[in-house]
Design a binder for this molecule. Structure first.
Ligand SMILES: N[C@@H](CCC(=O)N[C@@H](CS)C(=O)NCC(=O)O)C(=O)O
Length: 202
């Protein structure tokens, strides 16, 4: 399989961590691509040009990190982070919530990096910051009840999101104002898969 990723994408980093933590990385060739570029290596496989994209050996291209997560979780068998049986949907629901939060933070990032300050919409930024704050409160409560649980795929998305914000939106680090989230994230950073996927940006 081929996994197209960028260093910056928190969604791709989550998949890269999942592949490592479920012992599937040996079956995956990681290929760095550009985005928003007519010559991006991912485009012949996925015309949307989005990352992550996982191309299966039969050429099927999976995009959307939750779909790729579901695929790799099923393929992982006993090593699946979300377990088996119906209770896994609680773990996937948590993952979907964090993924949606990351989507919103990514929109906020695009507004800030792709537009000159005087072209940015204060209304849009205020809305997205409000949404992020709201979601971070929920996340703090969710992690508090799950802190002693095994690591689930939603935890990987959470750590990827915080890593992205720390590296690329350093003045929007809301997790620093949530002591339990902050402490959890500090501990999570010791995970080898997290260390192995730290963005290398020149
Ligand atoms: N909801 C998507 C979000 C993926 C996403 O937004 N990826 C960004 C990079 S962080 C991307 O591919 N951008 C390229 C583009 O917008 O053309 C997922 O979970 O995979």
């Amino acid at each position: 399989m081929k996994l197209f990723f960028t260093q910056r994408s928190p969604f791709a980093r989550k998949i890269r961590m999942l592949a490592r933590m479920t012992d599937q990385i040996g079956d995956i060739e990681e290929i760095e691509t550009t985005v928003r570029d007519p010559n991006a290596p991912v485009l012949p496989h996925n015309p949307t040009g989005k990352v992550p994209t996982l191309v299966l050996d039969d050429g099927t291209a999976l995009s959307e990190s939750l779909l790729i997560t579901t695929y790799l979780e099923e393929r992982a068998g006993d090593r699946a982070l979300n377990g088996a049986g119906d209770q896994r949907w609680t773990a996937f629901a948590f993952d979907a919530f964090v993924t949606a939060t990351a989507d919103n933070v990514a929109w906020l990032f695009r507004e800030r990096v792709n537009k000159e300050p005087d072209k940015q919409s204060p209304t849009f930024l205020e809305l997205e910051r409000g949404r992020a704050q709201r979601n971070y409160h929920v996340l703090e409560a969710a992690l508090e009840t799950n802190l002693s649980d095994p690591i689930r795929t939603g935890h990987l998305m959470t750590a990827s999101l915080f890593g992205f914000v720390d590296s690329f939106l350093a003045d929007e680090t809301w997790h620093h104002n949530h002591p339990k989230l902050k402490a959890w994230y500090q501990r999570f950073q010791e995970q080898p898969a997290f260390q192995d996927t730290i963005p290398v940006v020149s």
